[in-house]
Design a protein around this ligand. Sequence first.
Ligand code: ATP
Ligand SMILES: O=c1ccn([C@@H]2O[C@H](COP(=O)(O)O)[C@@H](O)[C@H]2O)c(=O)[nH]1
Ligand code: MG
Length: 243
Amino acid sequence: MWRRVASLSSSISSSFLAQTASRLNTWESLTTGIAQQAKGVIAPKEKTPFITFVLGGPGSGKGTQCIKIVETFGFAHLSAGDLLRREIASKSADGAMILNTIKEGKIVPSQVTVKLIQKEMELSDNHKFLIDGFPRTEENRVSFEQILSEWQSQIGVEPNVVLFFDCPEEEMVKRVLNRNEGRVDDNLETIKKRLTVFQALSLPVINYYSEKGKLYTIKAIGTEDEIFEQVRPIFAAFEQTVG
Ligand SMILES: Nc1ncnc2c1ncn2[C@@H]1O[C@H](COP(=O)(O)OP(=O)(O)OP(=O)(O)O)[C@@H](O)[C@H]1O
Ligand SMILES: O=c1ccn([C@@H]2O[C@H](COP(=O)(O)O)[C@@H](O)[C@H]2O)c(=O)[nH]1
Ligand SMILES: [Mg+2]
């Protein structure tokens, strides 16, 4: 379980925190850290988080390619849409609001989505994250950067890689209508709204990362395997340094 050192402050004394923080140059595993502290040994987890945002329109193939990246490169896959659908299924306090927002093809408030992603990252034993379908708006991006800035001394405020699956609209519509997974937003009316939201709110995020030199654009047409052959070299290039 990965935890930010700062998030331990409510349960652990500040002297323990200061001691722990000084020994660790990155995130600490809470359970391992406490057990090892009891033995008088704290072994640092030296792997720095590696964050990839996976962006693209509805049905562009983000989730499909994430599965292949996980299989090949051992990332943890965090789909923002799946986390939100899990909230609906669990009938959480935000569930009804999230359901209505998804049906309308709109964007759930940043604080809700960021909290879910942050929790998943903190619970993960992995240090390599694929964050699928997020950030969807500039506001999402800034909210997440605020979280990362808490870890700034360790990892900086930006993702390491941003993938953009660039797919023609007619192909995206065809794929979504054929998806057949029972999603409430897989209908023509909602898809049209999602495409409008993508153009208006998500493309600016993609342009932002392009200007930052972080963007890797994938031509998302062809077979799933053909598309993955564009994705593979991006992660292969980082493999030595990321672990
Ligand atoms: N290269 C491809 N060719 C044909 N169909 C594909 C291809 N890649 C994915 N699909 C299919 O298209 C549908 C949408 O793919 P996927 O769920 O991966 O997209 P997505 O970008 O995650 O969409 P969303 O944003 O709606 O979650 C799925 O049914 C998937 O099996
Ligand atoms: O960061 C996010 C991600 C998703 N949503 C909402 O969920 C649906 C479905 O998302 P997928 O990534 O396509 O599974 C999306 O249309 C949004 O309504 C969100 O608000 N914020
Ligand atoms: Mg998806």
